[in-house]
Design a protein around this ligand. Sequence first.
Ligand code: NAX
Ligand code: K
Length: 467
Amino acid sequence: MRGLWNTEHVKAAEARLLARTPEGSLMRRAAFGVATVALELLAGRRRVGLLVGSGDNGGDALWAGYYLRRRGVAVFAVLLSPERAHAEGLAAFRKAGGRVVDKLPEVDLAVDGVVGLSARGPLRPEAAEHVAGVTAPFLAVDLPSGVDPDTGVTGGPFVEAATTVTFGCLKPVHALADCGDVRLVEFGLRPELPGPDLMELEREDIAFAWPVPGAGDDKYTQGVTGIAAGSATYPGAAVLATGASVLATSGMVRYAGQAADAVRARWPESICTGSITDAGRVQAWSVGPGLGTGLSAENVLKYVLEAGVPVCADADAITMFANNPDLWDARDPDTAVVLTPHDREYARLMGEDVGDDRVAAARRAAARFNAVVLLKGNTTIIADPGGAVAVNRSRSSWPATAGSGDVLSGVIGSLLAAGVYPLLAAASAAHVHSLAGELAANGAPIPASSLMAAIPDAIRSVRAVTP
Ligand SMILES: NC(=O)C1=CN([C@@H]2O[C@H](COP(=O)(O)OP(=O)(O)OC[C@H]3O[C@@H](n4cnc5c(N)ncnc54)[C@H](O)[C@@H]3O)[C@@H](O)[C@H]2O)[C@@H](O)CC1
Ligand SMILES: [K+]
């Protein structure tokens, strides 16, 4: 698991660390890290340009320029606010033979030291012009300038970084926005930090969480998943959700609904009934995809909420909660619920748009409904009602296709049925879903059924990293 910390916590921790380290040493260590990565990226080429802003981020860039000069690299720097440039960094840079210029010449690598942790808003016009004039790849210092450190939002021009070197710890921007290849330079900040504000699961975490049958297991002991999805109009949603559930774990899957014939034909291993009341016992329900929003669908939703087992509520289930909040009354407060809205469903459910701060939005919904909220997007945010948040950056946008959400809800249902903690179930499902999308797509569009079919490969790939 990788932790990520908000700027507020990073700044407070840095202040404590600064107070007990010799002046300037942290900046020089950070800059040395930047220079080391720059040398690696240069791979023998010898021209570097620096874009230097008014704060310590610019100071880092100037000190990195100093270290690069000492290794014989030609370094040019544009000072965006010459009178406010970091004084010691600039002096060291000049003394080492660095050249201050009005405009960067052709270089092999550009270092973005425009703004860092104190950044607000997009690049200002002058910086944007310099950035636009650069053809070399960018190495961003701490974070790509113009991208908000806490939300990853860009409201105008920003630096497209091929590589980002950050210091002390990762910040939300590194998971919420594209920062290229992110490298972390450690300098003893961790003991000063509270628990992380966000976490990003790694393959090892998912491999650890994913249910694996033991010698004493049978089809019942691994958790039976119930799928309440699909309708005469939308049988495909039922086939996809059930199939995803069948492929995600080796526990049993029961399907209940109007698409029983279609599901049975495609997934003979599932137990299908036409009515939810005949479904039998399950350890979790996945409800909503293609279900409709009429009275009979509302009754299905009530039935699964009353069952006293974890519920993944997706698609039409979310719309029904938005239309008729009284449906929540059917839920015992101890029943875990995972809601999986996309932005429009979120707006329906919450009566407000997601806004720029997606993490805060997911946290608000999780607190309001006492549920895990998985907010879909290129980066999926998964918030726990207790405040914990996991993020999953998708590797490509191919999974943004019809039926993809049905697959995700089936996987979440299976993990809930296997007893995986809801936040971990949702985050692990999101990870495997995006990995399956990447494996299936392999550079071309994919139907959701291909994504679903790649779930076993994704699980194998995740599990392959465990010793
Ligand atoms: N505090 C520390 O312990 C360390 C800080 N380090 C560096 O210091 C950086 C933070 O430095 P600062 O707090 O001085 O601030 P920044 O360098 O992030 O920003 C400097 C100033 O730029 C202005 N600014 C904000 N948004 C802007 C925009 N969109 N366009 C143009 N100007 C804008 C603001 O006036 C801001 O104070 C970190 O990102 C990191 O690179 C490192 O040297 C490591 C140690
Ligand atoms: K930067």
